[in-house]
Design a protein around this ligand. Structure first.
Ligand SMILES: Cc1cc2nc3c(=O)[nH]c(=O)nc-3n(C[C@H](O)[C@H](O)[C@H](O)COP(=O)(O)O)c2cc1C
Length: 334
C-alpha cells in the first residue's frame, strides 16, 4: 500500500500546466452549478494545473442546513462541472476530494492529467452545464424511459453513490413526508426568514438567490406539487396521483460523512447533466431530508440502503424556466 506521504508528494506534483484562460474555463463551469438557495457557497483558487474548490462558510444557510450537508453537496456539483470542463478541454482530469485534512475548507482539487482528445460526448456534457436549470413547474411527461434511467443510474454509480428509484407505493408515502416537511418548514419562523432572504423580487442585478420567476406559482422554493393549495387541501390537489406518475429519484451514499456529501454532489450534477443532454428536467424535493427524523423515514421507505442525500423529480418540461443569476467569476477567485 502506498504510504500517505508518497501520495501527497505525488498529488503536489503539477500534472499539466494550464493557461489562465483554461483555468478560467474551469471556474466558469463551476460557477453554474446548482446550489442550495443559489447561495453559491464556494471560493475558487487557481492552481498551476487546475482549480481548487473551497467551501465558503460565509455563504452558509445555517437554519435549513445546520451541518453544512447541502453546502458540501452544492460544492460537489461545482467540482463535477470543473471536471467536465477540463475533460472537454482535452485533459484527463485528476480529482482529489478533501485532499488536506489540515484544511477542511479545501473540498477538491481538479487538475489536468495527461492530454487526451475530448470525445463528442465529453463536449456535449460540458455544453449541458449552461442549459441545466432547476425546473419546479408542471411537467409535460413524468415517465422517464428505461434507457434514460439506465444512463442516470450509471452516472450516479460512476461517482461512487447509488440511485434509488422508488416504486409507486413508496412515492405515495413520500408525498405525505414531503407535505409534512414543507408544513413544518413553513411554521418555522427563523427558517422562513432565511428562505425569504434568498428569494429575489424584481432585482435584475442580483448575483445570487432565487428569482421569484424561477419559483413558478409558489412563493418559496418547492416543487409545484407542494404549492400552498396542495398543503391546505391534500384531498383535492391530485398531488399524490401526480407524484405517483412521476419519476422520483434519490441519490444515496453508503455512509454519511462530509466526503459522502461531496460525492453526492458530484453524482447529482453528473445525473443532471446527463438528464439535460437527454432533454429531461429535474426539480428538488429535498425538504424531508432537511429534517433528521423524516430523513430516516425516507431512508427506510427507499429500502434501507445507505443515506439519502438528494431527492429529485425528473420529467420533461412543459414550459421553459428562466435561468438563475450567478456571481461574477472575479468575485469567486478572490
Ligand atoms: C443540495 C441542494 C438542495 C436544493 N434544495 C432545493 C429545495 O429543497 N427546493 C428547491 O426548490 N430547490 C432546491 N435546490 C435547487 C436550487 O434552488 C437551485 O439549484 C438554485 O436556485 C440555482 O438554480 P438552477 O439550479 O436553476 O441553476 C437545491 C439545490 C441543491 C444543490
Amino acid at each position: 500500500m502506498t504510504a500517505p506521504t508518497d501520495r501527497w508528494s505525488e498529488l503536489d506534483r503539477p500534472q499539466r500546466r494550464l493557461t489562465e484562460g483554461e483555468v478560467r474555463r474551469l471556474g466558469e463551469a463551476a460557477r453554474w452549478a446548482p446550489s442550495i438557495h443559489n447561495s453559491q457557497p464556494w471560493h475558487l483558487r487557481r492552481l498551476p494545473d487546475g482549480l481548487a474548490v473551497e467551501e465558503d462558510p460565509a455563504r452558509a444557510v445555517p437554519v435549513i442546513d445546520p451541518d453544512g450537508r447541502d453546502r458540501a453537496i452544492s460544492c460537489g456539483a461545482a467540482v463535477l462541472n470543473a471536471r467536465v470542463a477540463l475533460r472537454a478541454l482535452g485533459y484527463d482530469p485528476v480529482v482529489d476530494l478533501l485532499p488536506d485534512h489540515r484544511d477542511p475548507r479545501l473540498l477538491a482539487q481538479v487538475r489536468a492529467g495527461v492530454p487526451q482528445p475530448a470525445t463528442p460526448r465529453d463536449v456535449a456534457l460540458a455544453e449541458a452545464i449552461r442549459r441545466r436549470h432547476t425546473h419546479r413547474r408542471v411537467y409535460r411527461s413524468h415517465a422517464v424511459a428505461e434507457e434514460d434511467l439506465l444512463e442516470l443510474r450509471g452516472a450516479v454509480l460512476a461517482e461512487g453513490a447509488r440511485l434509488a428509484i422508488p416504486g409507486s407505493g413508496a412515492r405515495r408515502r413520500l408525498v405525505t413526508l414531503l407535505r409534512q416537511a414543507v408544513r413544518d418548514q413553513a411554521a418555522h419562523a427563523a427558517l422562513r426568514r432565511e428562505v425569504a432572504a434568498w428569494v429575489r423580487r424584481g432585482t435584475a442585478d442580483a448575483t445570487d438567490g432565487i428569482p421569484l420567476e424561477s419559483l413558478g406559482a409558489s412563493a418559496v422554493p418547492v416543487d409545484h406539487l407542494l404549492e400552498q393549495h396542495s398543503l391546505d387541501d391534500p384531498e383535492q390537489d391530485g398531488a399524490e396521483e401526480e407524484l405517483a406518475r412521476s419519476t422520483v429519484l434519490a441519490i444515496c451514499t453508503e455512509s454519511d460523512t462530509r466526503h459522502d456529501w461531496v460525492v453526492a454532489g458530484l453524482a447529482l450534477e453528473h445525473l443532471l447533466l446527463i438528464a439535460t443532454e437527454r432533454g429531461l428536467v429535474a426539480s428538488f424535493a429535498d425538504q424531508p431530508l432537511q429534517n433528521p427524523s423524516l430523513r430516516a423515514e425516507v431512508g427506510e421507505l427507499l429500502g434501507g440502503w445507505g443515506y439519502p442525500q438528494v431527492l429529485l423529480r425528473v420529467g420533461r418540461a412543459l414550459v421553459e424556466t428562466p435561468p438563475t443569476p450567478r456571481r461574477p467569476l472575479t468575485d469567486l477567485f478572490n
